[in-house]
Design a protein around this ligand. Sequence first.
Ligand code: ADP
Ligand code: MG
Length: 212
Amino acid sequence: MSEITSANLIAMFAEIAKSMAEAKAHLCELDGVIGDADHGIAMDLGFSTVATNLGALDAGTTDPAAVFNTAAKSFLNAIGASSGPLYATAFMRAGASVKGKNVLSDDDFADAFIAMAKGIQDRGKAEIGDKTMIDAWVPAAEAVEAAKARGASLTELLDAAGKAAETGAEATKAMIASKGRSARLGERAIGHIDPGAASAAILIRAMGRGLG
Ligand code: ADP
Ligand code: MG
């Protein structure tokens, strides 16, 4: 895709919402082991609200920044869990990175993706190895940066991001958490995938399908 329109972004968020609905039980199960079992509920509710609110926009008169900003506000208002402000910040930063553009190039989308990961990190202050969604988002953003540098297509770029996020999420199994609710578990968290990292990988894969 050489031009990404607001309609394409709205379709992307619809695909994310669909994937979160499908993954709801799985994500609650993961969060039940090392958290409070609500992560699937939060992601499903958050993204279904995003999809509903974006569906009410006129894609023809709404620019990409406004799509991301509406997604951010909708997500934040819909959920009280810690992932609320993290993803709201991600989408606000994506919006800021594409401000003033009517359509996005592949490079613009890459920049928006990288801004999302940076936003989550700035907001939550987690580092790689803390057993959070950052363990999926940061390697994914690095893969996007590398794909952009070699001039990869959007499909290749998002595929590389999805693979990196999945590998990163899998790696959280071996980690002890130092951020979020599961930090109090200490070594008991070892052997279990972080739910936020798992949902991040699902989200990034859905982006690829939604824009594909
Ligand atoms: P809550 O912990 O409030 O119940 P959720 O269950 O929706 O919220 O989300 C939990 C996920 O949030 C964790 O699995 C982790 O990936 C992520 N998370 C928690 N704190 C942080 C943080 N400071 N930075 C990045 N991600 C975080
Ligand atoms: Mg939870």
